[in-house]
Design a protein around this ligand. Structure first.
Ligand code: GTP
Ligand code: MG
Length: 536
């Protein structure tokens, strides 16, 4: 089964429009696998929100000395709390967001005309780069909305029981007066009025459901609450609140509301209404400038570590699927085109090997007088060109053939680089046929999102050191032939349609720090171009 089309259809529906539960289950399993051992990273979540219920109105009569029959004095209930979603820079994962959020109910009305308090708004903070979607009605993962929930409460009742249950959920009666109230014609009028309002409310809600919530929170937003006429009351004036996603139910009205010529002492009030219930899917898209795409073991993590002078804490090991989740790190380029760690003779080996080496050094006391930042370098060098450019690179799990069917780790992690302006293919040049790897990578990108392979800008041919390892003239000639065959493939198959330019091919060795300056220079160029385009 190869799904093509928008992300939603890929995830949950088959070509015939049916919801594909098997695919959903498989997706959940690969998501789970990706989270193993990585305690907190989560880039996709489904949350169920329940806005606050309105407070009930109150039935009361005023009591005062010498006033025998005081007027009705029941206060109205407060509105239930609304739920807002707000992007924030201080989070990087969705794992802190509870899957079920119930906002506070409004306070009940009380005697002596005291109205209930409104529920204070609930604000859900999500990381910048989160895309919020309301789950459509036919999605099996959606929770019941407030109307469907009421229906489930009424299931199995006959007409009479149903009417009684509905009334019970809508009306408050003065003690012992319930029967009496029901007989009255004023109550009948009031009840009709309430049902009319309810139908309006229901209609409005259905209309809103036709335009499901879709929010692309890729920027921090600073609305000026003091200026905003829609800012909810009860928030400090400078507090940011974000986007409304679920409305609280209105409070019920107190008995003074039903005072009329015919009924001088109404003994009923209405209850608050349920808040809206919505299910949202949250998807986190990291915003890295460059995304590395490659098969398992191609050396993506090694490359990221080398580009950041070993700062990027991403695991390197000689088995497939070492990296389970995207890791983003910053590459700092200096004025002369160098970057952190470019000149070091460090070998970026497997993390296990590195750890063992560090431990041995430590035991020998080699770090005892390692220079700190404030020390002069031993060789007396003081010149240090300033950092002039900075961009972020995302290292990703390996992508393999049929990843779109959730083979391997699937391809859902690609969402984190979906919007990266530049993708870089990383292939293992020492493999038998690196061009086949490229073909598969391109196909999988296209299956994830049609047109995504156009974001690819460069092919990095890694492990170039292995080719000529033998050192003989023959091996060198073979290596050259292989590289030119790869270039030939790129020239014929991987041409950027817009510019007509073939992707750049750069042979490197991430492990031994070779030819990385060239790769960084090109990456910087792509990022600069993209930024110019964006600001234009
Ligand atoms: N000889 C040589 N080995 C390399 C080079 N780059 C990476 N390796 C080795 O290749 C193996 C895999 O490297 P990783 O960086 O973990 O590969 P990856 O693409 O991140 O793999 P996954 O995370 O599993 O997708 C490790 O044993 C590295 O030491 C290189 O330039 N030359
Ligand atoms: Mg890796």
């Amino acid at each position: 089964m190869h799904n093509v089309g928008s992300r939603e259809t890929q995830q949950s529906t088959r070509e015939d429009g049916e919801v594909d539960v098997v695919a959903l289950r498989r997706q959940r399993r690969t998501d789970w696998k990706r989270r193993q051992g990585h305690e907190t990273y989560l880039d996709h979540a489904i949350i169920h929100l329940r806005a606050g219920k309105g407070g009930d109105g109150c039935v009361a009569f005023h009591r005062e000395k010498f006033v025998e029959h005081g007027p009705p004095s029941g206060g109205s209930g407060g509105a239930g709390a609304d739920i807002y979603i707000q992007p924030t820079a201080s989070l990087t994962t969705l794992s802190y967001i509870p899957t079920r959020i119930v906002a506070q109910a409004g306070g009940h009305g009380k005697g002596t005309w005291q109205n209930g308090k409104n529920g204070p708004p609930t604000i859900i903070k999500v990381p910048v780069g989160t895309v919020v979607r309301e789950l459509p009605r036919d999605d099996p993962r959606r929770a019941l909305d407030e109307f469907e929930w009421e229906e489930t409460q009424l299931a199995g009742l006959d007409d009479e029981g149903r009417r009684a249950a509905l009334r019970k959920r809508r009306w408050v009666h003065y003690p012992t007066y319930a029967e009496d109230n029901m007989q009255r014609s004023e109550f009948g009028d009031a009840e009709r009025q309430v049902y009319r309002e309810e139908r309006q409310w229901r209609l409005q809600r259905r209309m809103r459901a036709q335009h499901p919530i879709y929010l692309d929170l890729d920027k921090l937003e600073h609305t000026d609450a003091a200026q905003d006429v829609n800012a909810p009351l009860g928030l400090p004036r400078n507090q940011q609140y974000g986007h409304l996603v679920a409305r609280g139910g209105p409070g019920g009205v107190g008995n003074p509301h039903f005072l009329s010529q015919d009924n001088r002492s109404p003994k009923f009030a209405t209850r608050g209404r349920d808040g809206e219930r919505v299910s949202l899917s949250l998807e986190l898209k990291l915003l890295a400038d460059v995304g590395l795409v490659g098969m398992p073991n191609a050396g993506k993590s090694t490359l990221l570590r080398a580009l950041t002078g070993g700062r990027a804490r991403t695991e390197i090991a000689g088995y497939a699927f070492t990296t389970l989740n995207p890791v983003v790190a910053v590459v700092r380029v200096r004025g002369d085109g160098t970057f952190d760690g470019w000149d070091a003779d460090t070998v970026y080996d497997e993390t296990r090997v590195e750890a063992a080496r560090d431990k041995a050094l430590m035991e020998r006391g080699a770090f005892a007088d390692a220079p700190t930042r404030n020390h002069q370098r031993a060789d007396g060098e003081t010149y240090k060109p300033l950092e002039t450019f900075r961009f972020t690179v995302a290292d990703n799990p390996g992508l393999i053939s049929e990843a779109s069917d959730n083979v391997g780790l699937g391809h859902s992690f690609l969402r984190s680089i979906e919007r990266s302006p530049a993708l870089v293919y990383v292939v293992d040049l020492s493999a038998a046929a690196p061009w086949d790897e490229l073909r598969v990578l391109k196909e999988e990108l296209e299956k994830y999102k049609p047109g995504m392979s156009a974001q690819a800008k460069m092919v990095v041919a890694n492990k170039a050191d292995l080719l000529a390892a033998a050192g003989s003239a023959e091996a060198v000639a073979d290596a050259k032939a292989k590289l030119s065959r790869l270039e030939e493939f790129v020239r014929t198959e991987l041409v950027d349609r817009e510019s007509g330019r073939a992707l750049d091919v750069v042979p490197i060795s991430a492990k031994f720090n070779m030819n990385l300056r060239k790769a960084v220079e090109l990456m910087q160029r792509y990022v600069e171009e993209a930024r110019v385009e964006e600001s234009a």
